[in-house]
Every structure is written in C-alpha cells, then in structure tokens.
Design a protein around this ligand. Structure first.
Ligand code: BG6
Length: 489
C-alpha cells in the first residue's frame, strides 16, 4: 500500500481573516460583519451585540447555525464588558513574517488565507480601494513567495463590510453583487500576477444568517434568493478572473461533512438523499452552471416558491462555472426521516468516536465524499479544510504533545491518498485547518485548538501570542517531505 502522492501535490494550511488576522481599526480597515460577535463556548453560544431603536440591548445568538433571526430595528453596538475576538484574533497582522516562516518550515507549498473585505473597501461602497489594505496582502503574498509558497485566496470567508450588511440586508440585495465584483476586480488586478488559485466564497452552502451572508433571516425565501445572488456574483467573478488572469483557477468552498442515513429504513435513506441535495444544490449550480431539476423539490421542502432571475443570470451561471470543487471536511453526521439536519448539527453515530466538541471522527467518510464529488462533477477537487479541534495542554515551555491530532490527521490523509491512488480521484491539494491556533468560528473560543503551532492566548485574548511548534509540526513536516509516503509508517 503506498500513500505517495502525485508530483506537484499542494500541501498547506488554511485560515480566515477574522479568526486569524486581527488588526482591527489598523491600516484603514472598516468594520466587518464579524466584528460584533462576542466570544463564547460550547455551553455559552456567542452573540451579536445589538441595540434596538428604543435603546434596549439584545443579543441574538450567532452560533454556528444562527438560530435567531435579527430583528429589523436592531443595529450592532460594541459593549465595553464584552470581548470581540475578531479584533485581535491571533494577530497575524503583526506576526505574518514569523507565521509564514514557521509554515514554510514544514514544507508548505500553498497557504490558504482570506482577504478581509472591509480592509479593501471599508464600507463596501467606496469608489477607490484602501491602499493600506491592499499593501498588507501584497506584503503577505511577497513574503510567501520568498519560500515558494503559493497563495490560495478566499475572496469572501462568510463575511462582508458591516455597512453593506446593514444597508442592503446583505446578499438579499443585488446591489451587493456589484460591490463584490468591484472588490474582486481590484484583487485580480493587484494580485493576479502572483496568484493562481482563488475561492469565491467559503462554505457557501452553510446556513449562516446575519453577519456572514448579511441577511437577517437564515432560512426560507430570503435565504434562497440571497444564495442566487451569490451564485451570480461568483460566476461573474470567475468569468472576470479568467479574462484578467488566463492561468487562474477558481473554486468555491463547500461544507461537505459526510451524511449517513441513521438506519436502512427506506424512509431514512430517502430523507438522507433529500438532505444531501441541500449541499449538491450548491455544487451542481456552480460546478455545472445551471439549476438542477431537483431544485424545485429543495425549494418546496423549505417553503420557497421559486427564485427571481434577471435577464442574463442563466448565461452568466453557464459562463462562470468553477474549475475545481473545494470543500471542508471535519466529521460525519447521521439523519433520519423527520430530522432537519441544519438545525441538529450532528447526531450520534454508534460506530464512531467524537471529539470533545461532539464531532464524529470519520476518515473513511472523507474518502467517500471525495469520490462522490469527483464522480458527480468530473472536475478536480481540493480539500481546503480538515483538522481536529482539541483541548491542548501546553507544558511550561508551551510545548504540546498532540498525538491525538497526529492520529486524526494520519487517518484522514491515508483516506485521502486512497481516494487518489486507489479510486482515481483527481485532487489538487490539501490545506489543513488551521496550521496555527486561531479563534473558533462556531464557539468563538481559543480553547478549541487546531494548530501545528501553539499560540499563547486564552479565550479572552490574554497571553503573549508567542508561537511554539507542537509535536504534530515535526510529524507533518516528515509527511510533506515524503509527499505522503511516510503515512505508511
Ligand atoms: C469551517 C469554517 O466551517 O470550519 C472555518 O470555514 C471554521 O472558518 C472551521 O473555523 C472549523 O470550525 P470551528 O467552529 O471549530 O472553528
């Protein structure tokens, strides 16, 4: 059995600006939709802090599945007694040289990061971009180039300038398509000579309400119409990107945890197919360039009467198809007739162990998902997030012996190599989430750590921010230098 991967395979890590970068208020950065999200934990979900027109303060939940819609009369507010993790995150803004050097030390030849939209267009609607923001990413990309590391840029990682979200209810409005395409054009013209790989959106299929997508409701008609606007925006960006950067390759990123029927009862299996279509819907439209015929059944199940198209939408979807399909994979879930997977966020699987955050560990599920996507779309795939959130206990030198992470990654990388070598799946690369500890998206805490590199910082932002490689750092270095072969040991 060999785990050796094809030559040119891309090995790296992935991050998101508001979880990693910090630099709030620096270099002309505008307020981002995530900036009003408090810290939290599994037990105490994070919140958006909001003020109603009568002056009262409310805290709509902003947990992973965005349970509470945001009332129309509420506007965001910063409260002195709250901690907002995006403001400092783990301060890549001031540590980028050190962080890139550490990642290069593992042999990364690609690094996935997202650009903070409000660093480039602080409100989303300026006529000219913010030069200091553009310069920051120039510096990052040039620093990476010193080590032969290619950028994989996420143009929009679940975010937008807050002003766009408030003014237009985010992607509910087609005005945001214009703002997004203008932003993309600036990025392509500025970085296109050094960046081949682009992702138009992160986890576009995940139901996230106010903030990420900007809409006040996280379901129903508004959500599916907003999704359509994102499809059109993505396709316009892909078309423009191909014109301006002939060698560019575009993906969008999908949350693709595996989903099983809980039993072999036909109703459960049928239900599983319907739930899965909620994901295929996104991949099919963007990967094949048209709405599949089952869209009507997806809409019907969600109480949506249909989507408003404008002239030219069908054409642009066809012209702006993705070049590759990228996805995140962390775990698997189960479902049965009567469940609403979006609101459950995972159900126990008696055959699998779970992380402390209840995420089922399922390497074979990764191989299954890789095969499913490749069989269906017949375009290269790219695993752009996979990793294990764990409670790391550091010794007095900040060293962490994270054998559990090595075990998790080893099994998932073996499954990936099997999909490539045994099943014939074409896969461009693997970027592990997240090479350096950062703030958890779903819980807003530091306690849930993913990194090969430990960051001395707690849930409230206290700590020296010192970076220290963990045991998994040396292990991953060996795997990369052997291009996978050492996964056999
Ligand atoms: C993906 C997101 O959903 O999963 C990342 O793209 C996120 O932003 C990652 O951090 C892991 O989730 P969490 O909640 O453990 O940070």
């Amino acid at each position: 059995m060999t785990y050796q991967l094809p030559e040119g395979f891309l090995w790296g890590g992935a991050t998101a600006d508001f979880q990693f970068e910090g630099g709030f208020g620096e270099g002309g950065r505008g307020i981002l939709s995530h900036d009003y999200e408090t810290d939290g934990s599994q037990e105490n979900p994070r919140h958006h802090t909001m003020k109603r027109s009568d002056g009262s303060i409310i805290n709509p939940r902003s947990s992973f599945f965005y349970a509470d819609p945001v009332p129309g009369d509420a506007t965001p507010i910063f409260l002195e007694n709250e901690y907002y993790p995006s403001h400092k995150a783990v301060d890549f803004y001031h540590h980028y040289k050190e962080d890139i050097k550490l990642m290069a030390g593992m042999g990364f030849n690609v690094f996935r990061f997202s650009i903070c939209w409000s660093r480039i267009f602080p409100t989303g609607e300026e006529l000219e971009p913010n030069e200091a923001g553009l310069q920051f990413y120039d510096d990052v990309i040039n620093e990476m180039a010193k080590y032969g590391m290619e950028p994989l840029i996420t143009i929009c990682h679940d975010e937008m300038p807050m002003q766009l979200a408030l003014k237009y209810d985010g992607w509910s409005s087609r005005k945001v398509i214009d703002a997004y395409v203008k932003y993309c054009k600036v990025l392509f013209e500025r970085y296109g000579d050094r960046c081949r790989y682009w992702l138009t959106f992160n986890e576009i299929n995940a139901v996230r309400g106010f903030g990420p997508m900007g809409t006040r409701q996280s379901g129903g008609q508004e959500r599916y119409q907003a999704d359509h606007h994102m499809f059109v925006a993505s396709a316009m960006a892909v078309k423009l990107g191909h014109e301006l950067m002939p060698n560019s390759q575009f993906g969008a990123m999908y949350a693709m945890s595996e989903l099983y029927a809980r039993t072999c009862k036909p109703e459960d299996v049928f239900h599983r197919m319907q739930e899965r279509r909620e994901n295929w819907y996104f991949i099919d439209i963007m990967g094949r360039g048209y709405y599949p015929s089952y869209s009507k059944s997806v809409w019907r199940n969600r109480g949506v009467s249909g989507i408003a198209f404008e002239p030219g939408d069908e054409e642009i979807l066809r012209e702006g198809q993705l070049d590759f399909i990228s996805f995140s994979y962390y775990r698997s879930n189960t479902t049965q007739a009567g469940d609403d997977w979006f609101n459950v966020g995972g159900s126990p699987n008696p055959y699998l162990e779970e992380t402390p955050w209840g995420w089922a560990v399922d390497p074979l599920g990764l191989r299954h998902v890789m095969n499913d996507i490749f069989d269906r779309i017949q375009k290269p795939i790219f695993i752009v997030e996979n990793g294990m959130g764990a409670v790391d206990v550091a010794d007095e030198n900040d060293y962490v012996e994270d054998d559990y992470r090595i075990d998790y990654l080893k099994k998932h990388l073996q499954a990936m190599a099997d999909a490539i070598n045994l099943d014939g799946v074409e896969c461009l690369g693997y970027t592990m989430w997240a090479p350096i500890d950062l703030v958890s998206l779903s819980t807003g805490e530091m306690k849930k750590r993913y990194g090969f590199i430990y960051v001395d910082m707690d849930d409230k932002g206290n700590g020296s921010l010192k970076r220290t490689p963990k045991k998994s750092y040396e292990w991953m270095k060996e795997i990369i230098s052997s291009n996978g072969a050492k996964l056999a040991e």
